[in-house]
Design a protein around this ligand. Sequence first.
Ligand code: XIL
Length: 331
Amino acid sequence: PTTLAEASPFPVGFAINPSPMQNNARYRQTVTQEASSITADLAMKPSRISPQKGVFNFEGADYLVDFARSQKKRVHGHTLVWYINTSPEWLKQLRDSTELETTLREYIQTVGTHFKGKVASWDVVNEAFDNNQGAIRRDSVDKSGRTLFNVGKILGNDYVARMFQYAHKADPGARLFYNDYGQETIPAKLNAIVAMATDFQQRGIPIHGLGLQMHISIDTPDAGIETAIRKLADTGLLIHISELDVAMNPGKKKDFIATPALIEQQYQKYKFVVSTYKKVVPVSQQFGITFWGVDDGTSWIPGHCQCTDYALPFDAQFARKRAYQGFLDGL
Ligand code: XIL
């Protein structure tokens, strides 16, 4: 095998954006050759699809979907409901529960119908749980004072279940996922997600899969990674490692240099994630592994950490890194 897609027994791919797909030949070529599945990084987020109330703009998302279909790649939709800043301002301002519920139902119906039969799966709700008690988020502002989309407080904890019902109605063929981060390091959150999934299964709420974002670092303990994958897989649902990247500079050092020792640690971490996924998740539940980005030049991590980092399998020149080999060696 000469690419990730050829080597991997389960789907593998990247979160991608229309602009580098159109403007950077090496980015496009890497995606075309290495991926069997893609996720939209930004183009399917509510802020892009519906920047104003009643306005729907599918241009960027359709471009990615058309590319994927022409190349026979799977498309994973991300995300219908998310509490944070990539929800549009107009939506975050809604305070009346009936109006908010109706708006979200109509949004899901419109978007789900638009992509019906073209998007294999959706992250229906992203990051609904907090990092402390593993409770449904009810905060109105974040640490920096930004207004959050306080959907849990306005609609009540069971809003998550209703969003899945709306998504299922819009596209009965789509596999529906709950997606979240930090499950490998926050046991309360992991347990809350497992409990919610089990409850949904018992109540007949249409959930088919669980997404582990896995924005991890070379310091993330292996034991937590394995426990998270195992506990999620025990639900019997599809398991998607949905946003994988492995930061090398978790301390956000100013003068960061990727030493050979750190490169080796990143190789080992990628290898561990892939081998654990393959070992622990039954084949029928292996939905696949998605990197959050393609290359270190366009990765979201430096902007997020305000630091230098190299978290992805390709470097900024699209050369395969040791991290890439780590994925292959984990298979
Ligand atoms: C990120 C994008 O990559 C950034 O460009 C954007 O500024 C913020 O969102 N968890 C998720 C993804 O579910 O949607 C996030 O993507 C990364 C964290």
